[in-house]
Design a protein around this ligand. Structure first.
Ligand code: A3P
Length: 283
């Protein structure tokens, strides 16, 4: 348990120094033996610090790897590395569309060597706010704090999956050094969804027609996903908006106080110097 600056606690467990949701039981095995996971060449991974577009990108790839541009009747949690301990993923038919939030030191080595990986990233201020609602509204964290309290936890890296800065810094290095790993920005999906869908399709080796891309974009609009996918997710407080909260870019402007913004910017300035790829998050 960690305590925020206002005295509210959050339930997390630590694995090799990184805080995680205690449901991520599958990770223990990886930490003990990072090579246990048998990767396949046709596996496709969505990797990110949480709240950076996992559900969105997973759904896009599920459609691209199938013949029909229709939302999947499954949820990405069924294909989530840290939620599927033991050999649960081994029996899944190819192509597996897997996903994980783990920092790169916990990611299976074989997968980096032979599978396709998409690392998605979102403006950290928007991701932090989304993570606040995630932590506040998923009952398992037992967190009843305010945004101000959560901001203190975020800046101290006492949130699920640990430091945004560490996660992104290391993974950008991986993107830079591996041709099988590419970056997808949440903001680019918002700006040119069809164009990004096409780019992803070509990268993962599932090119389709322009009509198909347009239909995928229609299916995975925020409204359509909220309408069809919300009830498939469990664990959220019933009175909350759930996973599909706002789906916007720049919402942080109405939430961060001037002081929080200064604190954040000064940390970002220090850390972003070491990023191998310029993310363009200048404000
Ligand atoms: P908000 O909390 O800002 O609304 P993840 O899937 O990684 O957990 O990320 C969840 C965030 O992505 C939430 O952000 C959610 O609303 C947003 N999101 C999910 N599907 C989306 C879509 N189709 N279009 C835009 N945003 C989407």
């Amino acid at each position: 348990k960690y305590t925020d600056c206002e005295g509210n606690t959050v339930s997390l467990t630590e694995l090799n120094g990184v805080p995680f949701n205690r449901l991520f039981a599958g990770l223990q095995e990886t930490v003990e033996n990072p090579d246990h996971f048998e990767a396949r060449e046709d596996d496709i991974w969505v990797v990110n610090w949480p709240k950076s577009g996992t559900h969105w990108l997973w759904e896009i790839i599920m459609m691209l790897t199938s013949d029909k541009p229709q939302l999947s009747s499954r949820v990405k949690e069924e294909c989530m590395f840290e939620l599927r301990p033991g050999h649960a993923l081994e029996t899944m038919p190819s192509p597996r569309v897997l996903n994980t939030h783990v920092p790169h030191q916990f990611f299976p080595k074989q997968a980096l060597a032979k599978s396709k990986v998409l690392y998605s990233v979102r403006h950290p201020k928007d991701a932090a706010i989304s993570m606040y609602y995630h932590t506040r509204n998923i009952e398992d964290y037992s967190y009843l704090g305010t945004w101000n309290g959560f901001f203190s936890l975020f800046m101290e890296n006492k949130v699920d999956c640990g430091s945004w800065f560490d996660h992104v810094e290391k993974w950008l290095e991986v993107v830079e050094n591996h041709s099988n790993v590419q970056i997808v920005k949440f903001e680019d999906l918002k700006e040119d969804l069809t164009g990004e869908i096409k780019r992803v399709a070509e990268f993962i080796g599932y090119p389709k027609s322009d009509e198909f891309y347009a239909e995928v974009a229609k299916q995975c609009s925020f409204e359509n996903m909220k309408k069809h996918k919300t009830e498939l997710l469990s664990g959220w407080r019933p009175e909350s908006d759930g996973m599909y909260r706002k789906g916007k870019v720049g919402g942080w402007r109405g939430v961060f106080t001037v002081h929080q913004n200064e604190t954040f910017n000064s940390e970002y300035e220090k850390r972003a110097k070491n990023f191998k790829i310029d993310l363009g998050y200048t404000d």
